[in-house]
Write a protein of this length. Structure first.
Lengths: 453, 516
């Protein structure tokens, strides 16, 4: 193993040790015991589900259940499941309100969990696990909005949409007719792929249509679940509007000239210069695009729910059933946590954007400053060992311009420029970070990188 | 499960308790085969990548092909589908800022077919050039022989905004010549330039183009084995294919053998660079005197020239012997000429030596005649020269690497070192990979491969020399990996595309890595 590689690895170990050593710098805590307990419950549920399968297509169904289990376990393996007791208490409290006013619901086997992911989404896995991404929670304006999202995912679970999707898939792909078609095509020498592509397209359109129907019925049932509760059902419409614009957070261009560098090392505009290829991306026809969607348009969903959401609104409906202050505190903690999670899971470019966004919103926040420096330090070490490409995205027309700007910055910065930018930025913020162990450790690492020839 | 396994299980007796038929998935049945993949390049800058698949069989003679285009960030741009004969082979591609062209060899028709697409992926023009006895040899050889220089085409070159040009060696018996064909990307138009054949052996190399003239270096000699080689520059009008100029490269007491051209930015001229000799020298035997730089206009008029000799100018920076060989490097072949925005000119070269080929000599002795090459090439170190705006040499650095040997054909024994290097380049003998410059011309990166044998590491390495902010820095990527195989392709300026294939997992990981 050569010296350069050893030094790079030592550097990376130093970063990881720093993050663990300064766990207390962050507002939320990880509870390994809780994580282990939850994993056991997930595994047990899988075993029970497999044992209950009847013999028809058992092997194929079990294979799908296995893939689902792996997807859930991957969340635990990558530390994506939030096990902080205070955050969990809030989620459990929100659910308790729903269940109190909907006593008909069977809550045994449910596992309602926050995911540390920045992705503005929530997911019902179908076997009782529901992941509520903190990236979505941070965008909700009230507990009622957040409750609607939870109700929507619970609706998927209670309506057994996941089970129905699996069954439909199994019954389609492993039906005698479909298998016969595949066998016929396997023997076909000419035009085989064209016919297969047609089959795939039909399957995708059918899946898309059924998915959209499931989403609509989950929306509808979510309102039914909210109706009896003190939550404000009209907030369901606001929640859908938030979902419609949820990826705007990465569209926002950040004032990089202000956030990065210093008077001694100013930000250079050519670092974010774009280069165009010139070849246009092939556009899917609007008809095909609509047909392939798994969710109806948010505007369509809002229209579908509008009358009922207003009609169901109780007198005395509240935006917050639990403490509004606690809700705000949680959102602040989540804004920090999603950055930390992105960095720890190796999504350095996402981490850099989110940490800069966090710092921009709270310029005196020592942890925000440290997170920015941590991202830049990691970029330096990865680039030095020619592995940065595994941890950053490449610019894409589908990303927001704000995020693409960060990606271009990462592309254009040279190794010594990353080190210099990190060091000078942290140096400028040293008054903000003074006394914060995490910040000071990150600053020390950046000074070491900067002084390395 | 593949088809053969299904059939086998059907033949097995039921008493063995084996299920007659396993279930199929769409993934098992769908078949596509990758034929070729590579970068899409213009002006030595990678703009994206293409993959060429055989995506379906239409009938006994016809396949459906798919050209998949991705941008330099590996985002998918387009799938271009077309139908053609089963026996087409994709040879090269090029991009000229408004169009992309693919060159195919069609074995059924014995033709070279060109398909051109616009920026929306729509086919604009197709051209077809039937091959005859004189031209087919080159293309048959091209199919079986690939250069390892990912950004350097052998036959197809872009003319920005206008079209594409091909230079095809022609051979019939003892007659060696060439032709030049232009394919327009602006409208359906093509022309072919055929030089006057005077019985001399002529070998042409496309150097580049200005806004109106394509420039070739043409080496001629009386006969194949003749040692008297002359160099001339031929300028061909891009609009009508007529010769604009043909000038020998003798300038007073010097004769230049240009290998590189670059259009002078902001001026109606171009720069040529290459080794120069005394006007009366025998280039097969005599040493080159140094490196010359010419500035010429589109009419072929020499505007100015500058000669940097080994003995006086180069020796200030490098150790040079009386035969014009840089100590331990030997002769130098220049791969690339780079103008930077700060007014400097850089020449990136690689050393080579002619050495005796013991195997070849032994074969000749045994055969009693000249049946094998008696000399071979030893590829040595990299060299970077720096010139100021007046073409004065202001810096020279040698970048050492391990030497490796390369055998050439029988005829190479009679070639000048310069012509030998041109042949070696065409055969992929050099370790040089590519040079890329950024769009603002403030930085460039030259890349080459090497094999390292140290106590820390033994294996192939990918090496770069980068000019940035007035300095040249070196970087290296070790190519040993836990993957089954690893390949590096050029990417945007300052980066490379790393492909790692894991056979057990049937997974291909691609990621773009920046050069330090």
């Amino acid at each position: 193993m050569n010296t350069k590689l050893v030094l790079s690895l030592l550097g990376l170990c130093a970063i990881q040790a720093t993050a663990q050593q300064f766990d207390s710098a962050f507002q939320l805590r990880h509870n390994p015991t809780t994580a282990t307990r939850l994993q056991t419950l997930v595994k047990q549920r899988y075993l029970n589900d497999v044992a209950a399968l009847n013999s028809t297509n058992k092997k194929e169904t079990e294979a799908i259940y296995q893939k689902r289990l792996e997807a859930i376990e991957e969340n635990f393996a990558k530390d994506q499941v939030l096990t902080d007791s205070r955050a969990q208490a809030y989620l459990t409290g929100m659910a308790a309100t729903l269940f109190k006013y909907n006593p008909q619901l069977d809550t045994a086997g449910l596992r309602l969990l926050f995911s540390r992911s920045w992705v503005p989404n929530a997911a019902s896995m179908g076997e009782g696990t529901i992941f509520y991404h903190i990236g979505l929670f941070t965008q909700m304006a009230s507990e009622s909005q957040a409750a609607f999202v939870l109700c929507h995912e619970l609706a998927h679970y209670y309506l057994n949409h996941s089970g129905k999707k699996i069954n439909r898939y199994i019954q389609t792909v492993y039906s005698d007719a479909f298998q016969q078609d595949l066998r016929r095509l396997q023997k076909t020498e000419y035009g085989r792929n064209a016919q297969l592509e047609k089959m795939i397209k039909e399957l995708q359109f059918s899946n898309g249509r059924h998915s959209r129907e499931f989403e609509s019925s989950a929306d509808s049932m979510a309102l039914e679940l909210m109706q009896a509760t003190p939550f404000d059902t009209k907030e369901a419409l606001a929640a859908l509007a938030v979902l419609d614009s949820s990826d705007n957070v990465f569209k926002q261009e950040l004032p990089l000239q202000k956030l990065l560098g210093s008077d001694a090392y100013p930000f250079k505009s050519h670092w974010i210069a774009a280069e165009e290829f010139g070849f246009a991306s092939k556009k899917i026809s609007p008809k095909d695009e609509d047909s392939l969607k798994t969710h109806p348009d948010c505007s369509q969903r809002i229209r579908a729910l509008s009358n009922k959401a207003i009609a169901y609104r109780q007198a005395g409906a509240r935006l917050f059933v639990q403490s509004a202050d606690e809700f705000k505190w949680l959102q602040g903690a989540f804004a920090e946590e999603q950055v930390r999670a992105a960095i720890e899971s190796g999504q350095v470019s996402r981490g850099l954007y989110l940490s800069l966004n966090y710092l921009n919103a709270d310029p005196k926040n020592a942890v925000a400053a440290a997170l920015v420096g941590d991202c830049l330090n990691r970029m330096y070490l990865h680039q030095k060992s020619h592995t940065l490409g595994k941890y950053v995205d490449q610019p894409h027309a589908g990303f927001g311009e704000g995020y693409n700007q960060i990606l271009r910055l990462i592309q254009n910065l040279r190794l010594n420029e990353i080190a210099a930018l990190a060091y000078h930025t942290l140096n400028r913020l040293s008054a903000t970070g003074k006394g914060n162990g995490y910040f000071e450790a990150v600053l020390k690492q950046s000074a070491s990188n900067f002084s390395t020839p | 499960m593949n088809f053969k396994t299904v059939l086998l299980s059907l033949l097995l007796p039921a008493s063995l308790g084996i299920k007659a038929q396993q279930k199929l998935s769409i993934e098992n049945v769908y078949r596509m085969s990758l034929r070729n993949a590579g970068p899409i390049v213009t002006n030595e800058e990678v703009k994206g990548y293409y993959s060429f698949y055989m995506s379906d069989k239409i009938d006994r003679k016809t396949n459906e092909y798919t050209l998949q285009l991705v941008d330099v960030n590996l985002n998918k741009l387009n799938d271009i589908k077309f139908q053609d004969s089963r026996s087409v082979t994709l040879l090269e591609s090029s991009f000229n800022d408004n169009s992309i062209i693919f060159m195919f060899y069609n074995n059924d028709n014995n033709s070279v077919d060109y398909r051109m697409y616009n920026m929306e992926g729509k086919q604009t023009f197709t051209y077809s050039k039937p091959l005859d006895k004189r031209s087919e040899q080159f293309f048959r050889q091209a199919i079986s022989f690939q250069s390892n220089e990912e950004t350097e085409n052998q036959n197809l070159f872009d003319i920005p905004g206008k079209g594409f040009i091909t230079v095809t060696p022609l051979r019939e018996g003892r007659n060696y010549t060439y032709d030049v064909t232009f394919f327009s990307s602006e409208k359906r138009r093509t022309w072919t330039y055929n030089p006057v054949e005077d019985g001399r052996v002529a070998q042409a190399q496309f150097l580049g183009a200005s806004d109106s003239v394509a420039v070739l270096e043409v080496l001629t000699r009386p006969k194949l084995m003749s040692q008297k080689t002359e160099s001339s520059l031929v300028g061909i009008n891009l609009f009508n294919g007529r010769k604009v100029f043909e000038v020998n490269t003798i300038d007073g007491p010097q004769q230049l053998y240009p290998v590189n051209i670059t259009v002078r930015r902001g001026a109606n001229s171009f720069l040529l660079m290459g080794p120069y000799y005394g006007a009366q020298d025998n280039v097969v035997k005599d040493k080159s005197t140094g490196i010359g730089v010419w500035e010429m206009n589109n009419q072929g008029r020499l505007i100015r020239s500058k000669y940097n000799s080994w003995a006086q100018d180069m020796s200030k920076f490098l150790s040079v012997d009386r035969k014009g060989r840089v100590a331990d490097m030997g002769y130098v072949y220049f791969h690339s000429l780079q103008q930077t925005a700060d007014g400097k000119l850089f020449a990136i070269g690689e050393g080579y030596k002619k050495i005796a080929d013991g195997v070849g000599i032994a074969a000749n002795i045994l055969a009693g005649g000249h049946v094998a090459g008696a000399t071979k090439m030893r590829i040595t170190d990299m060299l970077m020269l720096q010139f100021d705006g007046a073409f004065n040499l202001v810096g020279a650095d040698v970048y050492d690497k391990n030497s490796n040997n390369f055998s050439l054909a029988t005829a190479s024994d009679y070639l000048s070192p310069h012509a030998m290097a041109m042949m070696a380049k065409a055969m992929g003998a050099f370790d040089y990979s590519f040079t890329q410059q950024n769009a603002s011309h403030t930085s460039f990166t030259s890349a080459y491969t090497d094999y390292e044998r140290t106590k820390d590491y033994k294996g192939l390495t990918f090496n770069t020399l980068t000019y940035y902010d007035g300095k040249v820095s070196r970087d290296k990527i070790n190519l040993k990996t836990s993957a089954t195989s690893l390949a590096i392709m050029p990417s945007r300026s300052g980066s490379v595309l790393v492909l790692e294939y894991f056979r057990k997992d049937k997974r291909l990981d691609m990621h773009i890595e920046k050069i330090n």
